[in-house]
Design a protein around this ligand. Structure first.
Ligand code: PLP
Length: 468
């Protein structure tokens, strides 16, 4: 394919994209295919000769599209959303056109300097103090891994990377049982191990980590010769939106000299609204904080905003400087590959710049406030139905419920069956979790194009399919 063909296909694909987004409500939200349906239609072997782009694009529409779950569907209420918006999408097109590898300042100074600015804009937007500096990671999972590697090196006196971990006392990480599985995985990958991830019970209405148990566990471990390295605090847990008391955690951390990483992957975007910031209070004392604009700030995946309070020490953990990566003649530059695990990095700051300028903070705040208000309205309406139970109240725009008609003798199976019926129906998409030992259905509002009518429409779908 020649470069000039972009003139032919670019407008066609732009029209296709606009039409797709405008007609999403007519499609089932979750793909309605069976395993293997798509693979069966794709050639076993790579083509030896070129295919015309007409054919490639036709197959995209005929083969790929039926197997897509539509994350930008306005009635996507599952998991947490993965946002997109027209300015972010257009920025991604430009990013793909430039296809720059932005690992070092000199491999694209604009990408580095825009990233520094965008992270400072985001820092101001969520109210973190100026002593935090940020980097855009691909995912919150990567940010957490980087933070735990930093915590590990800090407690080991920066010996782990050089010597390996054998022969050194085990590092311990503390969290509640409400954290995302990416915390477990980060412990596996960082050589800390699942056995050294201490999951403690929660307390209080917000499902926060029990503070007395936390401090007792740290003291006990230290007496046993183990190395308390980090506490992972969660603001807006994946299951039901649990929030730790970050301020209390940071006080314990200070007394015990332990690193604090705050995982606000989903809820962090809502912190652009000052009225929700009480949920993250104390985070200004933490060492590391992550949230995902790609979840709830209208920015396409991948864009995970990771802030650290001691960049020098953080970079000491992750920087590796062979001659071929050195920049001649510039001392005071930032090389963001020294802030991340992979060397290679996309130009991710561009889409943030486009989004923040195209909407402005006020409109972004309004979007989040609307989502929160609609979730509260739906939870209230559903809770008034005699055969529905709200199993966890709204935290921002997430709540959980279950169908519980009189005489239901196996509510877990009843709700699992209901969830399948809802998702097979296709007009809305929901997912499940376990809460207090019960199978419950989650409802999350966070999609860019969702309206109040879409949320209320979900009420009709859920109640009629439950009772039908
Ligand atoms: N932390 C929390 C609280 C999450 O809900 C999620 C994903 O939903 C993650 C971390 C992982 O996010 P990512 O996919 O960016 O790694």
């Amino acid at each position: 394919m020649e470069t000039e063909e972009l003139n032919r296909w670019g407008p066609d694909l732009a029209r296709w994209a606009a039409d797709y987004l405008a007609t999403l409500r007519e499609r089932p939200v979750r793909a309605q295919t069976e395993p293997g349906d798509i693979a069966r239609q794709i050639a076993d072997e790579p083509p030896a000769e070129p295919h015309a782009f007409e054919d490639v694009f036709r197959d995209f529409q005929d083969i790929v599209m039926p197997g897509m779950t539509h994350w930008q569907h306005p009635r996507f209420f599952a998991y947490f959303t993965a946002n997109s918006s027209p300015p972010a999408l257009l920025a991604e097109w430009l990013t793909a056109t430039l296809a720059a590898q932005c690992m070092l300042w000199q491999t694209s100074p604009a990408a580095t300097e825009l990233e520094t600015r965008m992270m400072d804009w985001l820092r101001q937007m969520i109210g973190l103090p100026t002593d935090f500096e940020g980097v855009i990671q691909d995912t919150a999972s990567t940010a957490t891994l980087a933070a735990l590697l930093h915590a590990r090196e800090r407690v080991l006196g920066f010996r782990g990377n050089g010597e390996g971990l054998s022969g050194l006392p085990p590092c311990r990480v503390y969290c509640s049982d409400q954290v995302h599985s990416s915390i477990d995985k980060a412990c596996w990958v960082a050589g800390i191990g699942q056995a050294n991830l201490v999951k403690l019970p929660t307390e209080g209405d917000r499902g926060g980590l029990c503070i007395t148990e936390l401090e007792a566990a740290i003291v006990r471990d230290r007496e046993a010769g183990l190395l308390p390295a980090a506490i992972v605090a969660v603001v807006g847990g994946t299951s039901i939106g649990a929030c730790d008391d970050v301020a209390a955690i940071c006080e314990v951390a200070k007394r015990q000299d332990v690193y604090v990483h705050v995982d606000a992957a989903w809820a962090g975007s809502a912190m652009i609204c000052p009225e929700f910031r009480h949920l993250m209070a104390g985070s200004e004392q933490a060492d590391s904080f992550v949230f995902n604009p790609h979840k709830w700030l209208l920015t396409n995946f991948d864009c995970s905003a990771h802030f650290v309070r001691d960049p020098e020490s953080f970079v000491r953990t992750l920087a590796i400087r062979p001659t071929y990566l050195k920049t001649q003649g510039h001392d005071r530059i930032t090389n963001y590959s020294e802030w991340s695990i992979p060397l290679g990095r996309r130009f991710r700051a561009l889409k943030l710049w486009f989004v923040l300028r195209s909407y402005g903070v006020n409109a972004l705040q309004e979007t989040i406030r609307s989502h929160v208000a609609w979730a509260a309205e739906l939870a209230e309406k559903l809770g008034e139905e005699p055969d529905f139970e709200i199993t966890s109240p709204p935290v921002l725009s997430l709540f959980s419920f279950r169908y519980l008609p009189d005489g239901a003798d196996d509510p877990d199976t009843l709700n699992a069956t209901l969830l399948d019926r809802i998702n097979d129906d296709g007009r809305i998409y929901l997912t499940q979790t376990t809460h207090d030992g019960k199978y419950v259905i989650r409802f999350h509002v966070g999609q860019t194009y969702t309206t109040r009518e879409d949320v209320m429409f979900a009420f009709d779908v859920m109640t009629s399919l439950a009772r039908g």
